[in-house]
Ligand binder design. Sequence first.
Ligand SMILES: Cc1ncc(COP(=O)(O)O)c(C=O)c1O
Length: 369
Amino acid sequence: MKVPFVDLKRLQAPLRPQLEAAFSRMLDHGVYVLGHEVKTFEASLSHYLGASDTAGVSCGTDALIAALLALGLPAGGEMLMTPLSFVASASSVLRAGLRPVFVDLPDTGFHPDVSGFERAWTSKTVGVLAVHLFGEPVPMTDIAALCARRGGVLVEDCAQAIGARDADGRSVGLAGAAGTLSFFPAKNLGALGDGGAVFSHDAAFVEHVRRIRQHGRRARDHYDELGGNFRLDALQAAMLGVLLPALDDWNAKRAVNARAYLCAFEGLANAEQLRLPVDVPGHAWNQFSIQTPHRARLIEELRAADIGHAVYYTRALHQQGALAAAAPPECLPNAERCCAEVLALPVYPGLTEAERDRVVEVVTGALSC
Ligand SMILES: Cc1ncc(COP(=O)(O)O)c(C=O)c1O
């Protein structure tokens, strides 16, 4: 049995009539850039997130750039961040005129902890960029308190974590100045193309992001600051408006899949064989990422069995050539070990029980020998 890593068609099929109706509405009104489709989606998303306001933007990368530009941080200021993320988390920091400084992961887990950020804080530090990697909510209380104490900003990259919540049930992304989202199709809420958003409890800040997303436009023919073309397509906003109501149900299905794996693999879990992700409350399970020193063998078996899998990420950010100029290569052993061992198994909401059982069977077989 072939098991896809992700099959978006399965998720969208039941919503096809609504998606087609939204598309035909677009053709009827002909407003393709910003306009009421974007406004309506922004309002629904703010309501879902519990944010004061949300600005739709072109993608998750531009969401980070726009948010960082709108914060007006001093050029060359250092943002402390994880070395384990998609390249855009760090390249956006550079493109906003700042410098990423990578803080190694602790011995276990996928996120740097507050003590790592505290030790790395210098007079050049302007804040922390927290990444809720794989949909796992980073505990923010202590990190937010550190930023407040040291006079830094806190930005949360929630590209992989829409729907993830903290222990009090509050959406990730609201602990500091800004949260950012990506609607890349394979995210928990994926557009039929690219899209992103910046949200905050500070409505004036979000208005500033709206100016930045239109080249810094204050009024017609008045550009007081540099921004970019970071607009969300009206078409994507219309599609996302259809998909958003399904998000909680999809995330619940992700959690069912993740818990079934955790239960099935419990007996194999030990540092020499397999490390499992932690089922923290509010996890959005964008990925179910295990770590094993036997990854090469496991990948061979998964390939032979036609089971989709992926490595996020084969290289840590401080090992990426594109970022090397800003971040001199240093050794971050835990992040590097993680990149050598991490492996994501299919967890998306369209996975059937039979497919999930097949994944369990093949992984268990591969790691039991
Ligand atoms: C953690 C993280 N940040 C930022 C991004 C960038 O989002 P986009 O691809 O929409 O530009 C991604 C996308 O994969 C991501 O996973």
